[in-house]
Write a protein that binds this ligand. Structure first.
Ligand code: HEC
Length: 184
């Protein structure tokens, strides 16, 4: 009886999934989901009142999406930047080094869509799988992250983020990165 139970279980859930080792592939999926959840919110926010309105949307939705994804996946889910805007976007030293490497990779001609990095690190005596993926600056991003942000948009940003550093970007530059981690 016990044996049959185990066979049924391994048929339903392959051993690789049962072990639940975090992987870059799983992290890549999380990044994709993050984009798929945030992009429509941003688009709708822009449509319903332009970038000034959409800042409020990003301010409330982006952290909410990160929180929900973390809860459903068991990963720590964040976005960071060398020039942060959001409250949790300030990188630690590992993240800073990885993003500096990403910028060098972009400069050497590597396609930004493929720029990612993962590593197993030791954190407080615990093995942790860490993953980062570059987030490129696209055209629509320039309204709130570009070199020529309109005055009312600047004001709205300053209201929520008095310490904002996340402007001055050009299209194609790396705006920041997804940063995910999970205990092994
Ligand atoms: C309507 C203005 C607006 C637009 C357009 C916009 N952003 Fe942002 N962005 C924000 C705000 C506001 C935050 C801070 C969100 C928070 O509080 O977590 C942010 C945060 C980020 C972060 C997290 C790191 C950080 O510095 O806080 C990344 C990465 C990012 N944006 C990338 C992009 C990209 C890529 C695009 C284009 C596809 C884009 N943004 C378009 C307003 C905008």
């Amino acid at each position: 009886m016990k044996k049959i139970g185990l066979i049924a279980l391994t048929t339903l859930f392959p051993l690789s999934l049962m072990a639940q080792e975090p992987s870059a592939q799983e992290a890549r999926g999380l990044a994709k989901t993050f984009v798929e959840k945030l992009q429509p919110e941003l688009k709708a926010g822009m449509k319903n009142g332009g970038p000034v309105n959409a800042i409020g949307v990003c301010h409330s939705k982006a952290p909410q999406i990160a929180h929900d994804l973390a809860k459903s996946s068991g990963w720590n889910v964040n976005r960071v930047s060398l020039k942060p805007r959001g409250a949790s976007a300030t990188p630690d030293s590992w993240e800073t080094a990885v993003m500096e490497k990403f910028n060098a990779q972009l400069a050497s001609g590597i396609d930004v869509k493929t720029i990612e990095f993962s590593e197993i690190v030791s954190h407080n005596g615990q093995q942790e799988f860490r993953y980062m993926k570059a987030i490129p600056t696209g055209e629509v991003c320039l309204k709130c992250h570009g070199t020529d942000v309109a005055a009312p948009v600047k004001e709205a940003i300053a209201k929520f983020y008095p310490q904002d550093q996340a402007t001055g970007y050009q299209m194609g530059q790396i705006r920041g990165a997804f940063s995910f981690s999970k205990a092994m």
